[in-house]
Design a protein around this ligand. Structure first.
Ligand SMILES: [Cu+2]
Length: 210
């Protein structure tokens, strides 16, 4: 008979071995998104949908603030089921709404502390607006995969992914057309994936990759 301590040690050793095996078979993937003229495409959403194994569950939360009559951040990407709170850091009141099929809601006109969170429970693109200020707009990409990111000012996004095959989806709020998805094989090595995207100076909100 094992004592409780021995049993615990055995369980801990097993978990550590599993974690190490997992870490050994992961690779760093950098997506490098540029316009046809070679300029970096910032605020581009990149999503890796796993094709081999179901991803682990996660319970996420996010914040979209309202600062100087703007949503901050302008572009978010969250996993399906994420709660988002919408604080208002302005002294004036805002009224946040969405008519998007993936999440339709309207918050009461409010100022100050966060309202009740909104749960983004369906995948797709959600376009946010403010009923008071027509030029306030923000985008929330809701995705089933936990492997997502947004490009930096340099147009790049890096993720550490378990080895396997993925479908890479890319979207930018200013894109002139949808970007075709592509299949990527991740191994235990660094990988850079170049993506071209043609953008307008104004938002278009077209081409969300389902
Ligand atoms: Cu407003």
């Amino acid at each position: 008979m094992m004592t409780i301590v021995q049993r615990r040690r055995r369980i801990v050793a097993g978990v550590l071995a599993a974690l190490c095996a997992h870490a050994a078979s992961a690779g760093m993937v950098t997506v490098d998104v540029t316009t046809p003229s070679g300029a970096p495409a910032r605020d581009t959403v990149v999503v890796f949908d796993p094709l081999d194994a179901a991803p682990p569950p996660s319970h996420d939360a996010a914040i979209i603030d309202q600062v100087s009559k703007r949503f901050v951040p302008r572009v978010s990407v969250v996993r399906t089921g994420t709660s988002i709170i919408f604080p208002n850091s302005d002294r004036i009141r805002h009224q946040v709404y969405s008519f998007s099929p993936a999440k339709t809601f309207t918050l009461k006109l409010y100022a100050g502390s966060p309202n009740t969170p909104v749960i983004f429970d369906h995948p797709g693109l959600v376009v946010l607006g403010c009923n008071i200020h027509d030029n306030m707009v923000a985008y929330v990409g809701v995705v089933d995969s936990p492997y997502y990111a947004k490009t930096t000012d340099a147009g790049t996004a890096s993720l550490n992914l378990p080895a396997g095959r993925y479908r890479l989806r890319t979207w930018n709020p200013n894109a002139l057309a949808a970007v075709p998805s592509q299949e990527i094989a991740v191994q235990a090595a660094s990988l850079t994936v170049p993506v071209k995207i043609d953008v307008s100076s104004a938002p278009t909100a077209v081409g969300w990759p389902e």
